[in-house]
Design a protein around this ligand. Structure first.
Ligand code: PRX
Length: 564
């Protein structure tokens, strides 16, 4: 099977493929010891790909290119600085909290080379969100920029010993280290830490419907699936220029912004800065992007910008486009057909799955509205609430048979939560509802829980509600996702005020800013509705289901548990 990278015969692969076949791609197949950064970078730097560009970087002010050999040297230098200027050891947590830049990638790979566990943080996170993640994981070090420094509450984080700063004229002391300055002098040679299959690599915090964000832990072995899907699903070949638009703060930005394409030895483009129609089309034209991985919200924004901008750029280099994160509307697929003369391929997976699991492959006919079929080696099904497998065309819980290579291996500090994802110790239950048709295609129906997907970003209502309750005016808060034609969902908050406070537009604005300042812009409610009182269960839990029904003018369903 090894070498059948085009997945020409899906059915045959489903029957014959074993993940152990993919392992033969890597040298650790013989030694048993590995390091994902070695496999993604050094392995190619020591091959015919040595002088091939691994990373193009472009933003407003910088335009750079790094070969696999450059990436090896720079990540080695980063690894040396991280090791020599902190007490960081194998297994310790280091966070990377900065806008996309080459230094972000050097540090991430360098940290992995020395065996640390990397927690990537989206640059938009504010103090409260940063604190929750660093304190839960007892992070020892962080790589950041001077601009973001005041969002790191150092005094409240006793484990945080070292802050590596990337920027101009940095003042150093025991705790603050100028990364670039030391990288200039550091050796470009580094002995990577050799690790085991189950050694942890990346810790991605993500939201559920209850509780604080959870640290989803991934391990070395995920590389098997990230590599294989980069071949089968992204269809990456040596001559491709691949652009994944996701930030490494989210799982797409690590699994397919770093690992997948680099394990496959491809050339990746990283575009810094914010979304803009012209910048995006220009990037495709300038770098001759051939394979492009983005999200429905971005496609809808491009679609909204109309045909005008499309005509101004040469986008003919594109040969394969993929989407992830939210339902891909048939309307968007039709737009893609018109504008790019290509079908957009949907892929379904999540932070917890660590890599793509249900996808549309080049060799499969696409059914509009379907996310595709399971990746060979993945067993997916629909189960009822007891874990019984349901027949085709019945809606239920989308579940995956436990034990795929990229599966999360733990929730940081929370074994009980981790166990709760698995039903009968057999099925990982995703929290999505879906059905499978008689041909084995899966169709997404929605979240089972109250998790909000806004612009492809996953937001837990509980985290937002908790923050709202910290505002002096707010007595009760309930947060839901409200359907939105561009963003999929927007965050809407219902709030009841303490005595002495009156609803007003100014107060609504102040509340939005409060959440924005404390958590992150993407977690802030776009709409606030004031209520005298919120619907609660007798035990005092806000009934988001009822809020949603109010919002959508739908029947509220069973209200037997609601307080009088
Ligand atoms: O609800 C599903 C939605 O995104 C959730 C996972 O979010 P996150 O862990 O942030 O990972 C996003 C990207 C890997 C899922 O539970 N989702 C993801 N892909 C799709 C999707 N919903 C519909 N169609 C998809 N293709």
């Amino acid at each position: 099977m090894q070498g059948d990278y085009q997945l020409q015969d899906y059915e045959k692969a489903v029957q014959n493929f074993k993940w152990s076949d993919t392992e033969k791609e890597f040298s650790w197949h013989e030694t048993g010891l590995m390091n994902i950064a070695h496999e993604a970078i050094d392995r190619h730097a020591d091959s015919y790909r040595k002088n091939k560009v691994a990373l193009f970087y472009k933003d407003g002010t910088r335009k750079e290119a790094y070969t696999y050999n450059d990436m090896k040297r720079m990540s080695n230098k980063a690894a040396n600085v991280l090791t020599n200027h902190s007490t960081l050891e194998r297994g310790d947590r280091i966070f990377i909290f900065m806008p996309r830049s080459p230094e972000l990638y050097f540090s991430l790979l360098g940290a992995l080379k020395m065996g640390a566990i990397v927690g990537p943080l989206f640059e938009a996170f504010m103090e409260g969100a940063v604190y929750d993640r660093l304190s839960d994981s007892e992070a020892k070090a962080i790589v950041t920029t001077p601009e973001l420094l005041d969002r790191i509450p150092v005094d409240k984080l006793p484990h945080l010993q070292t802050i590596f700063l990337v920027g101009e004229s940095i003042e150093e002391d025991d705790k603050h280290i100028d990364l670039n300055k030391h990288m200039k002098k550091a050796s470009a040679a580094f002995q990577v830490e050799w690790l085991e299959r189950e050694s942890p690599t990346v810790l991605h915090y993500t939201s559920g419907s209850t509780g604080k964000p959870k640290g989803v832990l991934h391990v070395q072995e995920a590389m098997i699936q990230q590599f294989q899907t980069a071949k089968w699903v992204l269809d990456l070949k040596d001559e491709d220029v691949f652009w994944c638009t996701a930030d490494p703060g989210w799982v797409t930005g690590t699994a397919y912004g770093v690992f997948g394409p680099m394990l496959a030895g491809a050339t990746s483009l990283i575009v810094g800065g914010r979304f803009s129609t012209d910048n995006w089309y220009e990037a495709i034209q300038e770098y001759g992007v051939t394979v492009w991985y983005s999200a429905p919200t971005a496609f809808r924004m491009l679609m909204g910008a109309g045909a005008g901008p499309v005509g101004q750029y040469d986008l003919s280099s594109l040969r394969h486009i993929l989407s992830v994160g939210e339902p891909l509307n048939p309307e968007v697929i039709r737009w893609g057909m018109e504008v790019f003369k290509l079908r957009i391929h949907d892929t379904w997976w999540m932070t917890e799955t660590g890599a793509q699991t249900i996808c549309n492959f080049g060799s499969l006919p696409i059914k509009l509205g379907s996310m595709g079929k399971p990746v060979p080696g993945i067993e997916a099904t629909i189960v009822d609430n007891q874990g019984n497998v349901l027949p085709p065309n019945r809606m239920g819980n989308l579940a995956i048979k436990k034990g795929w290579p990229a599966m999360m291996r733990g929730i940081w500090n929370n074994e009980e939560k981790y166990e709760s994802y698995f039903m009968n110790d057999e099925w990982y239950v995703s929290g999505d509802s879906a059905y499978m048709d008689e041909d084995g295609y899966f169709f997404f129906q929605g979240r089972v829980d109250d998790v909000i997907m806004t612009s492809g970003e996953r937001v837990g209502p509980f985290e937002v509600e908790s923050k709202l309750l910290e505002h002096p005016a707010i007595m009760e808060a309930g947060v839901i996702g409200k359907p939105d034609p561009v963003r999929g969902e927007i965050i809407k908050a219902f709030v009841a005020l303490h005595e002495g406070f009156e609803p007003s537009e100014e107060l609504a604005e102040e509340i939005k800013q409060f959440v924005k300042k404390e958590l992150a812009a993407h977690s802030a409610p776009k709409e606030i509705e004031f209520k005298e009182k919120l619907p609660k269960t007798r035990s005092g839990k806000i009934m988001r289901r009822v809020l949603k029904a109010w919002e959508l003018n739908l029947p509220a369903g069973d209200l037997s548990t609601m307080e009088d």
